[in-house]
Write a protein of this length. Structure first.
Ligand code: NAD
Length: 498
């Protein structure tokens, strides 16, 4: 049982939600089961189906058959109906999904009202509507190439079989941002979720199998403790597109592996985004936003701004304002509706973050606040929100993605210097700027090489907003019309015109 503030306790159903979904059937994993941990308590919650390469092979075969042998890819009205059905079915399981998400991901309860659950469920309605309204046939008019009067038009068609590989940090958001547009566009799909968060995906698989008319094989969900099952999706010639979200290192491996069969790759990767405070901004208010942001889901978000760039003349003042806010946002129980900063996903991830804190001190930095495990949390993979000062942008903690509640504060010498530092990174996923002069803000918007940018606390996240990275943060865009079109091919047809 799990607590459900304001309502009756909601049972977690581990055994019910631990099957694979292959060719429309809920199946046990050929590799047996593996343990699912609660990162806030370190308790074993239950078990998940452990797929083997043979299971993955069966899932790919089912997706291929469903694409090649059914009318799914040619019937957008039916697809829209199925996606709406799934949307309603997910809403019918909202509280069960919420409790699993809190328990398995360590996601703070307040985030499940937004990006950890409720917002991504709405993607299905958005993409159902797009399946109905999209211009599947686009007229190019009549021309006379080589003297022959010809009517030309473009048909937009599904790419084929999509292999979707996802991480653990926002499982529903990332799974649904792939499933909804890929299916709406007429593809079939195999989802390989992260080993740490199998239940979020498996429960969705069970709902699809039992409560929707989505045909067998159109969507297959393969949970496994084995990371390398994902690699099978990159190399198998029956897969036409790999849609990957995860670290830049793994993204590069996916791209290399996919080259052999020259499949399309769509990559959403890591980030080390800059939060720029201009010298005409409200310094304390801006630093407060930056501190709050890095605590959200314990900093385990690719687009979270983790480098805070402040005017050099007010560096000490900014350090104090940021540290004060971080100290007020203690890491705590994700079940508590007031918690912003929950646990890290695993002991391994916490050890990785702690290694970066050791490195920061070795590089000459100061841990101004945080840096340790909270005294009042005896169990769980918690870490205190942490501020590192006294380093420059060349340091490893300013260059590498840490993926924890850790903010590095850096001085800048004016707007152009801030833009230079923001861009001095292998990544280009996200960013923020705070200031008051519109012309100066415009210069920052144009100067920073990044896929999303927030101005004075603006929120860019929604289903119609294309999201993705410049540089080593990825290739392609997720969500919105741009995200939908990643899952489409273009066929040009030419007929003699009268
Ligand atoms: P990861 O790269 O370790 O794993 C991601 C997924 O890839 C998992 O399902 C994993 O099992 C699988 N995988 C591992 N090796 C593979 C291989 N060789 N071939 C195919 N698949 C393989 O990432 P993670 O630690 O799970 O997630 C954190 C990372 O994800 C961070 O770098 C974060 O920035 C990034 N991320 C990016 C976005 C985005 O939209 N840009 C969103 C969320 C997370």
């Amino acid at each position: 049982m799990s607590s459900n503030p304001g309502g009756a306790p909601v049972a977690l159903r581990p055994t019910d939600s631990s099957a694979l979904l292959i060719d429309g059937k809920l199946l046990p994993g050929s590799g047996g089961v593996y343990e699912v941990l609660n990162p806030a308590t370190e308790e074993v919650l239950g078990h998940a189906a452990d797929a083997t390469p043979a299971d993955m092979d069966a899932a790919i075969a089912a997706a291929r058959r469903a694409f090649d042998e059914t009318t799914w890819s040619r019937d957008p009205a039916f697809r829209a109906r199925c996606l709406r059905q799934l949307h309603q079915a997910l809403l019918g399981h909202l509280e069960e999904l919420r409790e699993i998400t809190i328990a398995e991901v360590g996601a703070p309860r307040f985030l499940t009202s937004g990006p950890q659950l409720e917002t991504p469920i709405a993607y299905f309605e958005y993409f159902a509507e797009l399946a109905e309204s999209y211009a599947w046939r686009q007229d190019l008019g009549v021309a006379a190439p080589m003297g022959m009067k010809t009517q030309r038009y473009v048909l937009k068609e599904a790419v084929g079989v999509v292999g979707a590989i996802t991480p653990w940090n926002f499982p529903h958001q990332i799974n649904f941002a792939k499933i909804a547009p890929a299916l709406a566009a007429g593809n079939t799909l195999v989802l390989k979720p992260a080993p740490d968060t199998p239940w979020c995906a498996a429960l969705v698989g069970k709902i699809i199998a039992e409560e929707t008319d989505i045909p067998a094989g159109v969507i297959n969900i393969v949970t496994s403790s084995n990371h390398t099952l994902g690699a099978q999706l990159s190399t198998d010639s029956r897969v036409d597109l790999v849609s990957f979200t995860g670290s830049t290192t793994t993204g590069k491996a996916v791209m290399v592996a996919a080259a052999e069969t020259l499949k399309k790759v769509f990559l959403e990767l890591g980030g080390k985004s800059a939060f720029i405070v201009l010298d005409d901004a409200d310094l304390a208010g801006s630093c407060g936003i930056a501190a709050f942001t890095v605590c959200t889901h314990a900093g385990q978000g690719c687009a979270i701004t983790t480098r805070l760039l402040v005017p050099r003349a007010r560096y000490e003042e900014a350090v104090k304002a940021t540290a004060d806010t971080l100290a007020s946002l203690a890491a705590g129980d994700p079940n508590d509706p007031g918690t912003i900063c929950g646990p890290l996903i695993s002991a391994r991830q916490r050890a990785r973050v702690e290694e970066y804190l050791r490195l920061a001190e070795e590089e000459g930095g100061t841990i101004v606040v945080g840096g340790g495990r909270p005294k009042n949390q005896e169990r769980g993979f918690f870490l205190e929100p942490t501020l590192i000062s006294g380093l420059d942008n060349d340091s490893r903690v300013a260059q590498e993605e840490i993926f924890g509640p850790v903010l590095v504060i850096l001085p800048h010498d004016g707007d152009e210097d801030a833009i230079r530092i923001a861009n001095d990174s292998p990544y280009g996923l996200s960013g923020s700027v705070c200031g008051t002069d519109p012309a100066r803000i415009q210069r920052v918007i144009e100067g920073v090489r990044t896929g999303t940018l927030s101005v004075n606390g603006g929120i860019w996240y929604s289903e119609d907003a294309p999201f993705g990275g410049y540089k080593q943060s990825g290739i392609g865009r997720e969500m919105g019309i741009a995200g939908f079109e990643e899952y489409l091919e273009t066929k040009l047809v030419a007929e003699p015109a009268s």
